[in-house]
Design a protein around this ligand. Structure first.
Ligand code: AMP
Length: 215
């Protein structure tokens, strides 16, 4: 199963991608996670990307396409993948089509998670991430058992710099301007599955599985 999961920040892409990756036993490829790891490791890529990410803007298409081509070349992508956070521009989508074809693969579905803006804002400002294992929590909707600590690994929970209000607005605008046009792009190619992402995590996961199965 080769899937792309789209949706504005806060639609639950990361959470849903993790669930689907486990269900289908395929790799979950989050370009945001790849970049955050590069920043943490202080690699040349991380140094280039850090300031752009903190402002909530998009990293250049060339850099992103390079990262994704490299990732697609790993053998675990042959049986499937779920991309989360890529592609985000038409140029990335065109390059992705080519890169997937070059590997002899075919995209099965593009799922677009749709959630009203007020809910997105509430979800993002309450989001906390584990510094150790990357697990995602919400102060109100999925709090950890011990405040500020990860249930899985005991790591410290933090708020991403780009989950602060100014960066959130920049990111939502970037989504509307640069990424929302991809919905039409994939609709025209017969790949789009629009799914209501406002419900409970398990309900949304079920809706995505049905949408993908019905392709
Ligand atoms: P995310 O975790 O997907 O929200 O990504 C966090 C940040 O990483 C974004 O706000 C961008 O700065 C950068 N980023 C992640 N994926 C992409 C992409 N496909 N194109 C450009 N920038 C990206």
């Amino acid at each position: 199963m080769h899937i792309v999961l789209m949706g504005a920040q806060g639609t639950g892409k990361g959470t849903q991608a993790t669930i689907l990756a486990q269900a289908y036993r395929i790799p979950h490829i989050s370009t945001g996670d790849i970049l955050r790891q590069a920043v943490k490791d202080g690699t040349p890529l991380g140094k280039k990307a850090q300031a752009v990410m903190e402002r909530g803007e998009l990293v250049s298409d060339d850099i992103m396409i390079g990262i994704v081509r490299e990732r697609l070349a790993r053998p675990d992508c042959e049986k499937g993948f779920i991309f989360d956070g890529f592609p985000r521009t038409i140029a990335q989508a065109d390059a992705f089509t080519e890169a997937v074809r070059d590997r002899g693969l075919r995209l099965d579905a593009v799922v677009s998670l749709e959630v009203p803006r007020e809910i997105l804002l509430e979800r993002m400002t309450g989001r906390r991430v584990c510094r150790g294992c990357g697990a995602i929590y919400h102060v109100k909707y999925s709090p950890p058992e011990v405040a500020g600590r990860c249930d899985r690994c005991g790591g410290e929970l933090y708020q991403r710099v780009d989950d602060h209000p100014d960066a959130i607005n920049t990111r939502l605008e970037a989504y509307e301007r640069q990424t929302a046009p991809l919905i039409d792009y994939y609709r025209q190619r017969g790949l789009l599955k629009a799914v209501d992402g406002a419900g409970l995590v398990e309900e949304v996961a079920g809706a995505i599985k049905s949408a993908v199965a019905g392709q």
